[in-house]
Design a protein around this ligand. Sequence first.
Ligand code: NAD
Length: 252
Amino acid sequence: MNILLSGCSGAMGKMLIEVIGNDPELQIVAGYDAKPCNELDFPVYQNLSLCKEDVDVIIDFSHFLAFDGIMTYASDNKIPLVIATTGLSDEDNLRIKNASNFFPVFQTANMSLGINIMKELAQIAAAIFESGFDIEIIEKHHNKKADSPSGTALMLANGINNSLQNKKEYIYGREGRNCKRTKNEMGIHAIRGGTIAGEHSIIFAGNDEIIELKHTATSKKVFANGAVKAAKYLVQQKPGLYDMKKLIKDQI
Ligand SMILES: NC(=O)c1ccc[n+]([C@@H]2O[C@H](COP(=O)([O-])OP(=O)(O)OC[C@H]3O[C@@H](n4cnc5c(N)ncnc54)[C@H](O)[C@@H]3O)[C@@H](O)[C@H]2O)c1
């Protein structure tokens, strides 16, 4: 399977190069990145209209500013596209939805199995605890992360909110002398530091008891492995929009 790796010079890009290099079914035939990288054994394009390699699937771990370039290339050539990049705009997400009518697109803010199972558990818990428990999300990431809060925190919040008829208003951090919590709030808090690969906690705080769901990614490898699994799955699919929930359902 020939892969075009978008964001190949970044931290996740390097991890993908390692994981794909150990898989005999896969090879990276081209890269896309604003930053050139000389040590790689495939060409890295800054403009994908110059890419002449045969590509079966694109894996994108780059930056929201790279989205237009990658989506234009995927749409022009109808190439299955795995999108892991976070911080995309509503307009970008609409473009993804429209594009998926013509070729398969896989999008998730978190490629790990664990987080996707945690989202399901949180949705069940939220529906049961609805009235008695306040819900807050805390996420922690490394000090180089561009977007905040994390795409995963928003994915978890949206999942919970869907189970609660979208009644929750998101409050990002709290500061001030007059910001007492209201019933309909869901607080989302971002911590940045060091090399934290990714940590997400969902806190259900009730009267005299607290339940906390917590996921820790101990290495970026979990995301790279998930993306490879997604790419192998996506090349077998018809046009449509796919995510981890669909992949897990189809493969169990
Ligand atoms: N879905 C998931 O499971 C998951 C997991 C980890 C990271 N991510 C996301 O993947 C993305 C990359 O993460 P990272 O830690 O590797 O970041 P990084 O900053 O280390 O790498 C990003 C790469 O994108 C390139 N880039 C930036 N702007 C560009 C542009 N306009 N055109 C082309 N290339 C451009 C940079 O040069 C860099 O090499 C982020 O959005 C992050 O949130 C998603």
